[in-house]
Design a protein around this ligand. Sequence first.
Ligand code: 0GY
Length: 309
Amino acid sequence: MSAFQKTPGWLDWDPHPSRPRFRMPKGAVDAHCHVFGPGAEFPYAPERKYTPCDASKAQLFALRDHLGFERNVIVQATCHGADNRAMADACRASGGRARGVATLRRGVSDEELRELHAAGVRGVRFNFVTRLVDSTPREDQAEIAARVARLGWHVVVYFEAPELPGLLDFLAALPTTVVVDHMGRPDVTKPVDGPEFARFLELLREHPRIWSKVGGADRLSVTGPPAVKGETAPYADVVPFARRVVEEFPERVLWGTDWPHPNLKHHMPDDGLLVDFVPRIAVREELQRKLLVDNPMRLYWPEERKGAS
Ligand code: 0GY
């Protein structure tokens, strides 16, 4: 049992996801997921904005195997602040099958960076979503980015679409590959050809260093999941957005389940159904392989790609 009281109304992850119908390419990577605690072993951070249910590394690895993934990229969740122990522990325990993305504060020691790198961390996340974090000065983030660039890491950014104009210069100046979470969180009730999403696509066109995750359909969707568990074609409203990004930038897209799905208010997705979303946004085998295997391997396990075509 957790030593922490969950945020009221918290939705727990689905313990019985269906098996995906989609046959994933060999070596697929779930490139966006988290671990939460367990709180009794890895306490949640005092500055957190929510207290989740526990979601341990063993549960994450069981889900990986059930869904048919071979690897995970574990993104530090804000409920752990800049205490990366739970995420790093999961990476270390994975036998090389998980890499991590950390949260760092300015002043992090070289020794801590070396330890995180040895655990498998290859990126730092800057979060601009104010319901999740207090803001961090841009100078701090710029300094952190310069330090992790020397380790060959990249920067992951999480923001919502209305914030993009104010971030353009900052993102353009970052010295690393930059990965945007959840397509910059478009409002999917707006047209895919409208000015808001055009701004995001323009960002990727102008900056070949900027990548996008195209997961988070459960989070972005307004139409939601199907009424009957196990039915196909959920999250129809997100499909045109994700498909557009995959087809225009096939070498710079990543996908992940987002398990254990923090802060969902209306429903908890069936992770098997979420995997079945992939062939609707990456409609050809070649695109599926890039999205699920080639791109995440290039970014997170580049040493295994040496000599690969
Ligand atoms: C996500 C999205 C959310 C939360 C976090 O680190 C986090 O707490 O990323 C969210 O609430 O939108 O990508 O998991």
